[in-house]
Design a protein around this ligand. Sequence first.
Ligand SMILES: *Cc1c(COP(=O)(O)O)cnc(C)c1O
Length: 424
Amino acid sequence: MKIDTLCVQGGFQPKCGEPRQVPIYQTTTFKYDTTQHMADLFDLKAPGYFYTRLANPTNDAVAKKIAALEGGVAAILTSSGQAANFFAIANICSAGDHVVCSAQIYGGTFNLFNVSLRKMGIDYTFVDPEATPAQIQKAFKPNTKCVFGETVANPSGVILDIEKFAKLAHKNGVPLIMDNTFPTPILCRPFEFGCDIVTHATTKYMDGHSAQVGGCVVDSGNFDWEKHADKFGCLVDPDPSYHGLSYTKTFGKQAYIVKATAHLMRDYGSIPSPFNAFLVNIGLESLHLRIRRHAESALKIAKWLKAQKKVAWVNFAGLPDSPYHKLLKKQFDGPAPCGVMTFGIKGGREASIKFMDSLKVIGIVTHVADAWSCVLHPASHTHRQLTDEQLKAAGIPPDLIRLSVGLEDPADLIADLKQALKKV
Ligand SMILES: *Cc1c(COP(=O)(O)O)cnc(C)c1O
């Protein structure tokens, strides 16, 4: 099936007489007739559901659809994008391990890594995604367990060269994990360029209506954990907390996601409500139509902004003179990477704030990537906790406005931008 069909029909095939929409299994638990049957489920010997923290049929159907869209073998839903990125790392890293990470990432992820996971003993080296392979190679250490980056960095819009990072990761015997939230698999499928594991904040375009907070981790099944058993004993060696079971020997290509379920979800419990998974699925059914419209409207608006005298700069990979246009053409299906762009107003921080406060149709919200157009000033909002130096490293000048182009008529959005520019 082509990707547009998978958006609608992937992950769930009702049999004759069954509901056509994914049913919401709003239940904590599942009933069995014999003690032995349930014991086998606990031992992961038989497939089946027993407790929603570990697995739920609604969540599973939606995870399967996202796995199909990415071209992966398995996926797990989490209660937020933050939880997805935490799980992706914590599934293979523990105290004493090290991660090579692009410096151009979402502020929440940066804080999770640089503060919270550091406190748990996981060390990070942040690298400029545009550095040469030789420069990035210097960041690797004997205890490096993975490489992390974002396909389209939030908010800087930097597009990561997936092949460059995948080659470096594999040369060092570790997987590449990419947060693919902004393009979604409709516009970019990182597995096709060598990435091994993908994460999502389903909170954004996948839901698309700002109705729920959620996340997802997808495994391509391509990374050979057993070949690098010295580094990934957690997946290869017998797990004493699971009766001496080896995830790779028992579950093959599903090993990484089964471990995330049986170990991380069991212990940390960041499971989404089945109702939220249902909402994500409603969003996925139209994702292919929505994300293309978001990208097309954003390109129109980026071109318009670029022609305005009061606009200092516009950063959007869809613009032909963007330094990321070449990577866009190579890695993305479509004329733009998503509906999110950044720009600055001449006059710096104060002018940008005045401009934002003058908008009427476009709202100020701490969100992106849904039907309603909105703006945010990262230096005052999402990235408040960063020092000026960290802001610079994350590619966020103080005048930067992040604009998320929604599904309204672009002519109405341009009219709103125009009247706000007049007030500056
Ligand atoms: C929003 C976002 C996250 C975090 O997702 P939440 O659902 O808010 O926890 C992670 N990565 C990226 C790229 C995001 O845009």
